[in-house]
Structures are given as structure tokens and as C-alpha cells.
Design a protein around this ligand. Structure first.
Ligand SMILES: N[C@@H](CCC(=O)N[C@@H](CS)C(=O)NCC(=O)O)C(=O)O
Length: 478
């Protein structure tokens, strides 16, 4: 059977995995885009024309139907089918207790469908005629993942919504504040964990008396809750928290290890310790003695006692940046950023070639960047978020710097590394706009040395390898 459509997702996307498992359970073939680069292709006009929100997962049906929002796609992928009169008007998915192998159906059936009362129908051996009511109730007829009744369907929605809004949202928020994408606040961190725990307890309690969330068999609620819990156990639901959630963990193991599900969910990675905020390393010497530094958008968050509230520090007044007083450079960093964005990275007439032809090694320096605390990294997507946070905090230096930094390795065994091209010969005035700049080590690269050149090019091309660890996700500061 030809694919029923294309699902825009990336392999690491949790909810994309769940949608793919739903399709697999229904023996429905869906395609993935031949080429899709996240944060690049989803910003292109042709993607936005189809999916104006510009996010994935996104569904592009072979029949032309477009859909975004993961829960909507998951529900739809459970039916991935449609009913239509003649060849047009679609009715949509429905509750069913049937193994449908319908070629042709009649009006009575459609009416019962509209009442949500469909029961098994088998009308075989007849071809639809022009103008007949033709039903393709489900391309995944055996999955029955929305339950068998209207009530079960509502219960599926209940658990999915709870997991989305009261579990997953807090995993995301905790990841955001601990990686400083959102300013850290201990009380907020505690509140997020408390709220998440409350929802997890509710699910755990239900699963203490029930194998599955709805009825006696696997539904979309199980797949959705499991994928959200799988993400959470690698981030916020650590060993201590899991100890009081045995039924939830048993459920996760059961669901994620179903053969057609495991193919997408992969191994479950359990974090021993939940995500924690790593405060920027403290200055040892007073900074007043140093050369004037780039202005900071905000004062660095002070390391604080556990119970202390985050101080609301006003931004410092703008000063002239001493980097502007450096002799004029022949390298225009904006031109480089454009070349990097628009050209292939490697090869003839590529961005790397452009850089070597236009580099000004006096006006700019090239640096290797390494995160100092790689042993604290857990899930690779969180490390990638950390890089985004670091780049966001370098905003005040954007016109003096270009960055290509990535996560290499796998969850619980990864490093953050990459390169910066920075104005001048000293990295500190360029990067100290970010309060956590000292959490990274900077080594000047000498592009006349083969080894340094290889590192530089690998980081630009996102194919760098360090000690056998391959590049899995990258971010650019442009
Ligand atoms: N509420 C959406 C969230 C989807 C979402 O945030 N997708 C992210 C990737 S995980 C995305 O596409 N981001 C692209 C962007 O922000 O430009 C859903 O559940 O589908």
C-alpha cells in the first residue's frame, strides 16, 4: 500500500515517535520527508504555506489533508481514513468495534456511524459505484486505539490531556529553567516538580488497579502517556521520584516494549538524578581590573541559597563596546553569516571556501569551545537546548561572533563542543555577555595546522567527531 501521507518529524521527537507507533500498530504506512532539516526547512515559505505555525510534527496527507499539533495528528493517524460521499465530503474518524473491510456501504451504516453506533460491517465483493456512499473507515482498523465507545474515546482524551498539560509541560519548563533558557528560580522549579508529581501520582494510582489506562487493552492514551513519561524519567522523574511510582514505571515498560512500539520508542533511559540548575562558575578575581568588557544585557544571576528568590536585576545601562574601537577588519561577519546560511558548507564554492578566501586573521580569531561539565549532561535534546540558551545569552555580542556548536555522542554519554569566530584576538570580551560563559573552555585554533582546520571545518559542517562521539544536534549563532 502506498504511504497515506508524510509525517514531518525528526527521529528524536517524542511525540513523533508516538504517532509513528500508532501508524505501525495499525499497519499503516506513512512516509517521512525525504529531506527535512529542523529549524531550517520549517522556516521556509513552502513549509509555512502548508503549516503556518511552522512547527513539527506536521501531517501532509496523500489526499491533500494537512494537520499540525501532535495530539491531533495522533488521533487522526489512528483513523488515517475518512468517509466520503461519492468522492468528496469527508466525515472523519469514528468510534468503532469493527474489523472493517468495506468496499461498499449503505446509508444505514452512515447514519449509525453518525450516531457513533457503528458495529462490525462486512460488505465484501462489491465495488463502489459512482455516487455511492463509500467508506474507508480506517486504514488502521485493527488498532482500535481510541477505544470502542464514545466514553472510552473521552477517557483517552482525558489521559492524553492530563499528560500533555500536567506532565510534559513541566518537564519542558524544568528543562528550560535548569538550562537557563528561562531564568532560573528555585521556587518555580519546586512548583513545577510538585505539579508534575501530582499528575503522575494520579496516573500511577489508576494504573495500580488497571493494566491499561482505558479499558482492557492498549489505547492511544497508553502510547501518549508512555512517551511523555519516557521523556520525563530521563529528566525530572529521577530514581527517588520513581520509587513511589511503581505502577507508572511498569506501564511505561509494558507499553514501550511492545514490539511495534519499541521500534520507535527505543531504550528507556532513566536518570539517576533529576535535572538540576548548574549556576555559572563564580569569578575568582574582581573584574574591575580587567580590560573593559562588552556590555551585558543583564547582570549575572547570583548563586543563591536554595530558598532565596531570584533577584529581579535591572539591565545595566548601555556602554560603548570596546570591540568597536578595534581597527577595521576586511572580513564582514554579516557577509560570512550569509555565506554560511546560503551556501553548501563544504565543497567548491562552499561556505568554508568562502571563509578561507575572506578571513582576516588579525581582525578575527577562531576558537574551539568545549563545555566544561560534560559529565552532567543527560539527554542530548536537553544539551542542545542548553546551547540554544547560551547563544540566547550571547545576544548582546551577536554582531561580534559567529558560532557553530553541537552535541556529540548519545544520551548520558555526550559532549558539547564547537567553534566560534570572534572579533579581535581575545575571546572574553566577546563571550562575557553571557553570564555562564565560564562554563565553557575556549582554545584558539590555528587554521594553518591540519588538526585545528579539521576541527573547525567539522564543526561548521556538523560532522565533527570527538573520541568516537558523532555529532547529533547542532546550533548556530548567526
Ligand atoms: N504543541 C505542539 C508543539 C510542537 C513543537 O513545539 N515542535 C517543536 C519541535 S519539538 C518545533 O517544531 N519547533 C520549531 C520552532 O519553534 O521553530 C505539538 O504538540 O505538536
Amino acid at each position: 500500500m502506498a504511504p497515506v501521507g508524510t509525517l514531518y518529524t525528526v527521529p528524536a521527537q517524542w511525540k513523533g515517535k508516538a504517532i509513528r507507533a500508532v501508524a505501525a500498530l495499525g499497519n499503516v504506512e506513512i512516509a517521512l520527508p525525504e529531506q527535512y532539516e529542523h529549524y531550517v526547512d520549517n522556516k521556509k515559505p513552502e513549509f509555512l504555506a502548508k503549516f503556518p505555525h511552522g512547527k513539527i510534527p506536521a501531517w501532509d496527507g496523500a489526499d491533500g489533508f494537512k494537520l499540525f499539533e501532535s495530539t491531533a495528528i495522533a488521533r487522526y493517524s489512528e483513523c488515517f481514513g475518512y468517509l466520503h460521499f461519492g468522492s468528496d465530503a469527508s466525515i472523519g474518524c469514528m468510534w468503532r468495534e469493527m474489523t472493517v473491510s468495506i468496499d461498499w456501504i449503505g446509508l444505514d451504516w452512515i447514519l449509525s456511524l453518525l450516531r457513533g453506533m457503528v458495529v462490525a460491517i462486512e460488505v465484501e465483493g462489491k465495488s463502489p459505484r459512482n455516487g455511492d456512499i463509500v467508506g474507508l473507515a480506517s486504514l488502521a482498523p485493527n488498532a482500535n486505539l481510541l477505544g470502542s465507545t464514545r466514553e472510552e474515546d473521552a477517557l483517552v482524551e482525558q489521559w492524553m490531556h492530563l499528560a500533555e498539560t500536567e506532565v510534559d509541560m513541566y518537564t519542558t519548563l524544568v528543562a528550560g529553567i535548569t538550562s537557563s533558557i528561562i531564568p532560573y528560580s528555585k521556587p518555580a522549579h519546586n512548583t513545577f516538580l510538585e505539579r508534575q508529581t501530582r499528575a503522575l501520582n494520579t496516573i500511577n494510582q489508576h494504573l495500580t488497579a488497571n493494566t491499561f489506562l482505558v479499558g482492557e487493552r492498549l489505547t492511544l492514551a497508553d502510547l501518549w502517556v508512555a512517551v511523555i513519561v519516557q521523556k520525563a524519567v530521563g529528566a525530572t522523574v529521577d530514581a527517588a521520584a520513581r520509587a513511589s511510582l511503581p505502577a507508572l514505571i511498569r506501564h511505561l515498560e509494558t507499553v514501550a516494549n511492545q514490539p511495534k512500539v519499541k521500534e520507535f520508542y527505543g531504550d528507556i533511559v532513566y536518570a539517576e538524578k533529576g535535572l538540576a540548575f548548574v549556576p555559572p562558575v563564580k569569578e575568582k578575581a574582581p573584574k574591575a581590573e580587567k580590560a573593559p568588557a562588552a556590555p551585558k544585557p543583564k547582570a549575572a544571576p547570583k548563586p543563591k541559597d536554595d530558598d532565596e528568590e531570584e533577584p529581579d536585576v535591572p539591565a545595566e545601562p548601555k556602554q560603548k563596546n570596546p570591540l568597536d574601537d578595534l581597527p577595521k577588519s576586511t572580513l564582514n561577519l554579516e557577509d560570512w553569516k550569509r555565506a554560511y546560511s546560503n551556501k553548501e558548507t563544504r565543497g567548491a564554492d562552499g561556505a568554508i571556501e568562502w571563509f578561507y578566501a575572506n578571513n582576516d586573521p588579525v581582525g578575527y580569531s577562531v576558537w574551539r569551545v568545549d563545555f566544561k561539565y560534560n559529565e552532567e549532561l543527560t539527554q542530548t535534546f536537553m544539551s542542545a537546548n542548553q546551547v540554544t540558551g547560551f547563544f540566547n545569552r550571547l545576544e548582546a555580542s551577536r554582531k561580534y561572533i559567529f558560532g557553530s556548536v553541537g552535541v556529540l555522542g548519545e544520551s548520558n554519554n555526550s559532549v558539547i563542543a564547537g567553534v566560534f569566530i570572534a572579533r579581535g584576538q581575545d575571546i572574553e570580551p566577546v563571550v562575557n555577555a553571557a553570564p555562564d560563559w565560564e562554563s565553557y573552555a575556549y582554545t584558539k585554533l590555528d587554521l594553518s595546522k591540519e588538526e585545528d582546520k579539521k576541527f573547525f571545518e567539522g564543526a561548521l559542517a556538523w560532522d565533527l567527531e570527538i573520541d568516537g562521539k558523532k555529532w547529533v544536534d547542532g546550533k548556530n549563532l548567526k
